[in-house]
Design a protein around this ligand. Structure first.
Ligand code: C5P
Length: 292
Protein backbone atom coordinates (compact mmCIF):
# COMPACT_ATOMS: atom_id res chain seq x y z
CA UNK A 1 0.00 0.00 0.00
CA UNK A 2 1.28 3.48 -0.89
CA UNK A 3 2.91 5.33 2.00
CA UNK A 4 3.07 2.22 4.16
CA UNK A 5 6.00 0.80 6.06
CA UNK A 6 6.65 -2.94 6.22
CA UNK A 7 8.56 -4.83 8.89
CA UNK A 8 9.41 -8.54 9.11
CA UNK A 9 8.89 -10.20 12.50
CA UNK A 10 11.30 -13.09 12.18
CA UNK A 11 11.05 -16.27 14.22
CA UNK A 12 13.65 -16.57 16.96
CA UNK A 13 15.40 -19.86 17.65
CA UNK A 14 17.12 -20.65 20.94
CA UNK A 15 19.92 -22.88 19.63
CA UNK A 16 20.63 -23.38 23.32
CA UNK A 17 18.97 -22.13 26.49
CA UNK A 18 20.77 -22.67 29.78
CA UNK A 19 18.91 -21.67 32.95
CA UNK A 20 21.60 -20.41 35.31
CA UNK A 21 19.64 -18.97 38.24
CA UNK A 22 16.57 -17.12 39.39
CA UNK A 23 16.02 -13.48 40.37
CA UNK A 24 14.22 -12.43 43.52
CA UNK A 25 11.16 -11.47 41.40
CA UNK A 26 10.87 -15.05 40.08
CA UNK A 27 12.24 -14.38 36.58
CA UNK A 28 14.94 -16.83 35.53
CA UNK A 29 18.51 -15.99 34.58
CA UNK A 30 19.44 -17.40 31.22
CA UNK A 31 22.45 -17.91 29.00
CA UNK A 32 21.01 -18.46 25.56
CA UNK A 33 22.46 -18.75 22.07
CA UNK A 34 19.87 -17.20 19.79
CA UNK A 35 19.50 -16.91 16.05
CA UNK A 36 16.74 -15.91 13.65
CA UNK A 37 15.27 -17.61 10.59
CA UNK A 38 14.07 -16.40 7.27
CA UNK A 39 10.46 -17.06 8.30
CA UNK A 40 8.08 -14.98 10.33
CA UNK A 41 5.06 -12.77 10.67
CA UNK A 42 4.73 -9.64 8.55
CA UNK A 43 3.56 -6.23 9.70
CA UNK A 44 2.49 -3.18 7.75
CA UNK A 45 1.88 0.31 9.11
CA UNK A 46 0.31 3.28 7.41
CA UNK A 47 -0.96 6.73 8.44
CA UNK A 48 -4.71 6.95 8.84
CA UNK A 49 -7.61 9.05 10.18
CA UNK A 50 -7.94 6.75 13.18
CA UNK A 51 -5.98 3.91 14.77
CA UNK A 52 -6.84 0.47 13.41
CA UNK A 53 -5.64 -3.11 13.71
CA UNK A 54 -6.26 -5.94 11.31
CA UNK A 55 -5.01 -9.52 11.62
CA UNK A 56 -4.82 -12.14 8.90
CA UNK A 57 -2.66 -15.16 8.04
CA UNK A 58 -2.69 -18.88 8.88
CA UNK A 59 -2.73 -18.37 12.67
CA UNK A 60 -4.51 -14.98 12.78
CA UNK A 61 -7.85 -16.37 13.90
CA UNK A 62 -6.21 -17.96 16.97
CA UNK A 63 -4.92 -14.70 18.43
CA UNK A 64 -6.42 -13.70 21.77
CA UNK A 65 -8.43 -10.63 22.69
CA UNK A 66 -7.32 -7.38 21.08
CA UNK A 67 -6.40 -5.66 24.33
CA UNK A 68 -3.83 -8.37 25.09
CA UNK A 69 -2.18 -8.22 21.72
CA UNK A 70 1.50 -7.42 21.99
CA UNK A 71 1.34 -5.32 18.82
CA UNK A 72 -1.17 -2.96 20.41
CA UNK A 73 0.65 -2.97 23.74
CA UNK A 74 3.85 -2.04 21.87
CA UNK A 75 2.05 0.73 19.91
CA UNK A 76 0.52 2.20 23.07
CA UNK A 77 3.74 2.03 25.09
CA UNK A 78 5.80 3.61 22.30
CA UNK A 79 3.20 6.35 21.82
CA UNK A 80 3.27 7.15 25.55
CA UNK A 81 7.06 7.32 25.60
CA UNK A 82 7.18 9.47 22.45
CA UNK A 83 4.51 11.86 23.74
CA UNK A 84 6.39 12.23 27.03
CA UNK A 85 9.35 13.35 24.93
CA UNK A 86 7.17 15.83 23.00
CA UNK A 87 6.99 13.84 19.72
CA UNK A 88 3.85 13.59 17.57
CA UNK A 89 2.32 10.11 17.16
CA UNK A 90 -0.57 10.45 14.68
CA UNK A 91 -3.13 7.64 14.17
CA UNK A 92 -1.90 4.53 12.42
CA UNK A 93 -3.47 1.44 10.87
CA UNK A 94 -1.57 -1.78 11.48
CA UNK A 95 -1.88 -5.06 9.60
CA UNK A 96 -0.41 -8.23 11.12
CA UNK A 97 -0.04 -11.33 8.96
CA UNK A 98 0.31 -14.10 11.55
CA UNK A 99 2.28 -16.87 9.86
CA UNK A 100 3.86 -18.32 13.01
CA UNK A 101 2.05 -20.55 15.50
CA UNK A 102 0.95 -18.83 18.72
CA UNK A 103 2.74 -19.43 22.08
CA UNK A 104 5.22 -21.73 20.40
CA UNK A 105 8.72 -20.88 21.71
CA UNK A 106 9.90 -19.08 18.58
CA UNK A 107 9.07 -15.60 19.80
CA UNK A 108 6.15 -14.84 17.48
CA UNK A 109 4.45 -12.34 19.81
CA UNK A 110 7.79 -10.84 20.89
CA UNK A 111 8.90 -10.46 17.26
CA UNK A 112 5.57 -8.77 16.45
CA UNK A 113 6.07 -6.34 19.34
CA UNK A 114 9.66 -5.62 18.26
CA UNK A 115 8.59 -5.09 14.63
CA UNK A 116 5.93 -2.67 15.88
CA UNK A 117 8.54 -0.67 17.81
CA UNK A 118 10.77 -0.57 14.71
CA UNK A 119 7.95 0.22 12.25
CA UNK A 120 6.30 2.94 14.31
CA UNK A 121 9.67 4.53 15.14
CA UNK A 122 10.13 4.88 11.36
CA UNK A 123 6.57 6.01 10.62
CA UNK A 124 6.56 8.60 13.40
CA UNK A 125 10.19 9.55 12.62
CA UNK A 126 11.20 9.03 16.23
CA UNK A 127 14.84 9.01 17.02
CA UNK A 128 14.62 7.62 20.53
CA UNK A 129 17.75 6.85 22.53
CA UNK A 130 18.51 3.13 22.18
CA UNK A 131 18.53 2.63 25.95
CA UNK A 132 14.97 4.03 26.28
CA UNK A 133 13.69 1.79 23.46
CA UNK A 134 15.32 -1.24 25.07
CA UNK A 135 13.79 -0.51 28.49
CA UNK A 136 10.42 -0.22 26.81
CA UNK A 137 11.05 -3.46 24.89
CA UNK A 138 11.86 -5.50 28.01
CA UNK A 139 8.77 -4.09 29.75
CA UNK A 140 6.73 -5.78 26.98
CA UNK A 141 8.45 -9.16 27.41
CA UNK A 142 11.84 -10.68 28.17
CA UNK A 143 12.33 -11.75 24.52
CA UNK A 144 11.36 -8.43 22.92
CA UNK A 145 14.87 -6.84 23.10
CA UNK A 146 16.47 -9.80 21.29
CA UNK A 147 13.75 -9.64 18.63
CA UNK A 148 14.44 -5.91 18.27
CA UNK A 149 18.06 -6.84 17.44
CA UNK A 150 16.93 -9.78 15.23
CA UNK A 151 20.49 -10.94 14.54
CA UNK A 152 22.52 -13.86 16.00
CA UNK A 153 23.38 -13.14 19.63
CA UNK A 154 23.86 -14.39 23.14
CA UNK A 155 21.17 -13.33 25.59
CA UNK A 156 21.92 -13.22 29.30
CA UNK A 157 20.12 -11.72 32.32
CA UNK A 158 16.44 -12.57 31.81
CA UNK A 159 17.08 -12.37 28.08
CA UNK A 160 17.72 -8.63 27.77
CA UNK A 161 21.53 -8.47 28.08
CA UNK A 162 22.62 -8.96 24.49
CA UNK A 163 25.99 -9.66 22.88
CA UNK A 164 25.81 -9.81 19.08
CA UNK A 165 27.49 -12.76 17.37
CA UNK A 166 28.18 -11.71 13.78
CA UNK A 167 30.27 -14.86 13.11
CA UNK A 168 27.60 -17.45 13.87
CA UNK A 169 27.21 -19.43 10.62
CA UNK A 170 23.90 -19.97 8.78
CA UNK A 171 22.32 -23.44 9.07
CA UNK A 172 19.60 -25.12 7.02
CA UNK A 173 16.76 -25.58 9.54
CA UNK A 174 13.42 -27.31 9.86
CA UNK A 175 10.82 -26.15 12.39
CA UNK A 176 8.21 -28.58 13.69
CA UNK A 177 5.38 -27.89 16.08
CA UNK A 178 2.58 -30.31 17.03
CA UNK A 179 0.26 -27.29 17.43
CA UNK A 180 -0.16 -27.72 21.15
CA UNK A 181 0.09 -24.37 22.96
CA UNK A 182 2.58 -24.24 25.83
CA UNK A 183 2.43 -22.00 28.90
CA UNK A 184 5.89 -20.47 29.42
CA UNK A 185 5.40 -19.74 33.17
CA UNK A 186 4.24 -23.32 33.71
CA UNK A 187 7.39 -24.75 32.07
CA UNK A 188 9.67 -22.47 34.12
CA UNK A 189 7.80 -23.44 37.30
CA UNK A 190 8.31 -27.15 36.54
CA UNK A 191 12.13 -26.83 36.47
CA UNK A 192 13.76 -29.03 39.10
CA UNK A 193 17.23 -27.44 38.81
CA UNK A 194 17.86 -23.76 38.19
CA UNK A 195 21.59 -23.31 38.75
CA UNK A 196 22.84 -25.01 35.60
CA UNK A 197 26.23 -24.27 33.98
CA UNK A 198 26.34 -21.35 31.53
CA UNK A 199 27.32 -21.64 27.86
CA UNK A 200 30.95 -22.75 27.44
CA UNK A 201 33.35 -20.36 25.65
CA UNK A 202 32.57 -19.98 21.95
CA UNK A 203 34.55 -21.80 19.24
CA UNK A 204 37.54 -19.90 17.93
CA UNK A 205 37.11 -18.01 14.67
CA UNK A 206 36.86 -20.43 11.74
CA UNK A 207 36.30 -23.47 14.00
CA UNK A 208 33.47 -25.96 13.49
CA UNK A 209 30.30 -25.02 15.43
CA UNK A 210 28.66 -28.46 15.21
CA UNK A 211 30.51 -30.18 18.12
CA UNK A 212 30.03 -27.02 20.19
CA UNK A 213 26.28 -26.95 19.52
CA UNK A 214 25.99 -30.65 20.39
CA UNK A 215 27.42 -29.93 23.80
CA UNK A 216 24.71 -27.39 24.66
CA UNK A 217 21.19 -27.88 26.02
CA UNK A 218 17.78 -26.39 26.36
CA UNK A 219 17.15 -26.73 30.10
CA UNK A 220 13.44 -26.13 29.50
CA UNK A 221 13.17 -29.19 27.26
CA UNK A 222 12.92 -31.91 29.98
CA UNK A 223 10.04 -30.21 31.88
CA UNK A 224 8.35 -29.32 28.58
CA UNK A 225 8.52 -32.94 27.37
CA UNK A 226 7.15 -34.05 30.74
CA UNK A 227 4.20 -31.64 30.57
CA UNK A 228 3.57 -31.90 26.82
CA UNK A 229 4.36 -35.45 25.62
CA UNK A 230 3.75 -34.45 21.97
CA UNK A 231 7.09 -32.62 22.14
CA UNK A 232 8.90 -35.95 22.60
CA UNK A 233 7.10 -37.29 19.54
CA UNK A 234 8.35 -34.30 17.52
CA UNK A 235 11.92 -34.71 18.80
CA UNK A 236 11.95 -38.41 17.86
CA UNK A 237 10.54 -37.72 14.39
CA UNK A 238 13.19 -35.05 13.76
CA UNK A 239 15.97 -37.29 15.09
CA UNK A 240 15.10 -39.96 12.55
CA UNK A 241 14.97 -37.44 9.68
CA UNK A 242 18.72 -37.28 9.04
CA UNK A 243 19.25 -34.08 11.04
CA UNK A 244 22.64 -33.09 12.45
CA UNK A 245 21.12 -31.60 15.61
CA UNK A 246 17.63 -31.63 17.14
CA UNK A 247 16.42 -29.50 20.05
CA UNK A 248 13.40 -27.59 21.37
CA UNK A 249 13.31 -23.78 21.09
CA UNK A 250 12.35 -21.54 24.03
CA UNK A 251 9.67 -23.10 26.22
CA UNK A 252 8.32 -25.09 23.23
CA UNK A 253 6.46 -26.64 21.68
CA UNK A 254 8.39 -25.77 18.49
CA UNK A 255 11.42 -27.99 17.96
CA UNK A 256 14.07 -27.44 15.34
CA UNK A 257 16.46 -29.62 13.38
CA UNK A 258 19.67 -28.38 11.78
CA UNK A 259 20.96 -30.10 8.63
CA UNK A 260 24.17 -29.98 6.64
CA UNK A 261 22.48 -29.00 3.36
CA UNK A 262 19.34 -27.30 2.06
CA UNK A 263 18.57 -30.47 0.01
CA UNK A 264 18.47 -32.53 3.25
CA UNK A 265 16.10 -30.08 4.94
CA UNK A 266 13.75 -30.08 1.92
CA UNK A 267 13.74 -33.90 1.79
CA UNK A 268 13.00 -34.12 5.54
CA UNK A 269 10.21 -31.56 5.16
CA UNK A 270 8.41 -33.50 2.46
CA UNK A 271 8.70 -36.79 4.39
CA UNK A 272 7.42 -35.25 7.63
CA UNK A 273 4.53 -33.53 5.85
CA UNK A 274 3.38 -37.00 4.78
CA UNK A 275 3.81 -38.70 8.15
CA UNK A 276 2.55 -35.78 10.28
CA UNK A 277 0.08 -33.77 8.19
CA UNK A 278 -1.39 -31.91 11.19
CA UNK A 279 1.92 -30.41 12.41
CA UNK A 280 3.26 -26.96 11.61
CA UNK A 281 6.35 -27.74 9.50
CA UNK A 282 8.56 -25.20 7.78
CA UNK A 283 11.97 -25.33 6.13
CA UNK A 284 14.27 -22.34 6.12
CA UNK A 285 17.78 -21.31 7.01
CA UNK A 286 19.11 -19.35 9.93
CA UNK A 287 20.45 -15.87 9.21
CA UNK A 288 23.98 -14.70 9.73
CA UNK A 289 24.76 -11.28 11.21
CA UNK A 290 25.22 -9.76 7.76
CA UNK A 291 21.90 -11.16 6.40
CA UNK A 292 19.71 -10.15 9.33
O1 C5P B 1 8.57 -11.82 29.74
P1 C5P B 1 7.56 -12.77 29.21
O2 C5P B 1 6.15 -12.24 29.29
O3 C5P B 1 7.88 -13.28 27.85
O4 C5P B 1 7.64 -14.04 30.15
C1 C5P B 1 6.55 -14.91 30.36
C2 C5P B 1 6.75 -15.67 31.66
O5 C5P B 1 7.85 -16.58 31.51
C3 C5P B 1 7.13 -14.82 32.84
O6 C5P B 1 5.99 -14.35 33.50
C4 C5P B 1 7.91 -15.79 33.72
O7 C5P B 1 7.03 -16.62 34.44
C5 C5P B 1 8.60 -16.67 32.71
N1 C5P B 1 9.99 -16.23 32.42
C6 C5P B 1 10.98 -16.46 33.37
N2 C5P B 1 12.25 -16.08 33.12
C7 C5P B 1 12.58 -15.47 31.95
C8 C5P B 1 11.60 -15.23 30.97
C9 C5P B 1 10.31 -15.62 31.25
O8 C5P B 1 10.71 -17.03 34.44
N3 C5P B 1 13.84 -15.11 31.73
Amino acid sequence: MAGSISEAARAKINLALHVTGRRADGYHLLDSLVTFVDLGDALEFWPSEADGFHVEGQFGALLGAEHDNLVLRARDALRQLAQNLGCATPPVRIKLVKNLPIASGIGGGSADAAATLRGLSRLWKLDLPEAKLKTLAVSLGADVPMCLASTPLVARGIGEELTLLPDLPAFPILLANPLVGVSTPEIFRALTKRNNPPLPPFPLEGADWWPYLHNLRNDLQPPAEELVPEISTVITALETSGAGLVRMSGSGATCFALYHSQAEVEAALSRLKETHPTWYLAASHTLTGSQA
